[in-house]
Design a protein around this ligand. Structure first.
Ligand code: SF4
Length: 250
């Protein structure tokens, strides 16, 4: 760890506690109210959350999360059976025609593969990923990682959302690391919690040391700061909630 900054860590802890202890609210994944409503409804449409999680990589997050909703509008159906009718060629042509992702071919393949996996391995119900055999967080993270193109970042992000925002009582929060995301990396370094040359793996280990009982506890707070104020260039330190506590190692 680069250095200890108790005031900063206490502030992050209080912000994170607020998020984790608040009652369940509708989370804004996109800028579309209809899409957000359905992504939040994991009790009836869990496939939107799983497919959206997988699409949420290497593009602006709202653009990734809305892909399943956009396709459901084309299919004129939101139930899983509607998605199951998609073959790979049709999926690819939808991605290309509507330019849904930076990597249309790869992500169309991942989208189609995820539907097939939910069909064959989770009995057409994506919520079985987090309900079958009363799994702990470690098992649910592993189950997410078994999807095509899902690694540490997406799997921990998804399980963190399930626990923090959707309030699922999954045990073993020790398994939830911070997501290996560019915002997290940048903010950890500027806050002085990680050395300037730290790799993602080291940042994950630092977060494990800061709060071992739930290493991903600060994830959302740091991500929001990185997305809102601590931009790659011209960080808005004046308006940042960490102003006055952060050493601003830029
Ligand atoms: S105070 Fe500045 S450097 Fe520190 S986290 Fe905020 S925006 Fe980034």
């Amino acid at each position: 760890m680069a250095s200890s900054n108790k005031e900063l860590e206490d502030f992050l802890l209080s912000q994170a506690l607020e998020l984790h202890q608040r009652p369940r609210v509708i989370i804004e994944f996109t800028k579309n109210v209809g899409a957000d409503k359905i992504i939040n409804d994991i009790e009836h449409f869990p496939h939107f959350f799983v497919l959206g999680s997988i699409m949420n990589q290497q593009i602006v997050f709202q653009r990734g999360w809305i892909i399943p909703y956009f396709i459901s509008e084309l299919l004129n159906g939101k139930d899983f059976e509607s998605f199951l009718k998609l073959d790979l060629a049709t999926t690819k042509s939808i991605f290309h025609e509507h330019s849904l992702h930076h990597f249309n071919d790869k992500m169309a393949f991942a989208f189609h593969a995820a539907i097939q996996k939910i069909h064959f391995e989770y009995d057409n119900d994506a919520s079985n990923i987090w309900t079958w055999d009363e799994p702990d967080c470690k098992t649910v993270i592993r189950r997410f990682q078994e999807f095509h193109r899902v690694g540490q970042k997406i799997s921990t992000m998804a399980v963190n959302v399930l626990v923090r925002d959707f309030k699922l009582p999954l045990p073993n929060h020790r398994a939830i690391d911070v997501s290996g995301d560019v915002h997290i990396e940048r903010v950890f370094k500027r806050m002085g919690l990680a050395p300037r040359d730290a790799k993602i793996k080291e940042i994950i280990e630092i977060a494990q040391k800061i709060y071992p009982e739930y290493p991903g506890f600060y994830d959302s707070v740091c991500w929001e700061i990185g997305n809102g104020w601590c931009k790659p260039s011209n960080p808005d330190c004046e308006q940042c909630p960490l102003n006055g506590k952060c050493p601003k190692i830029i």
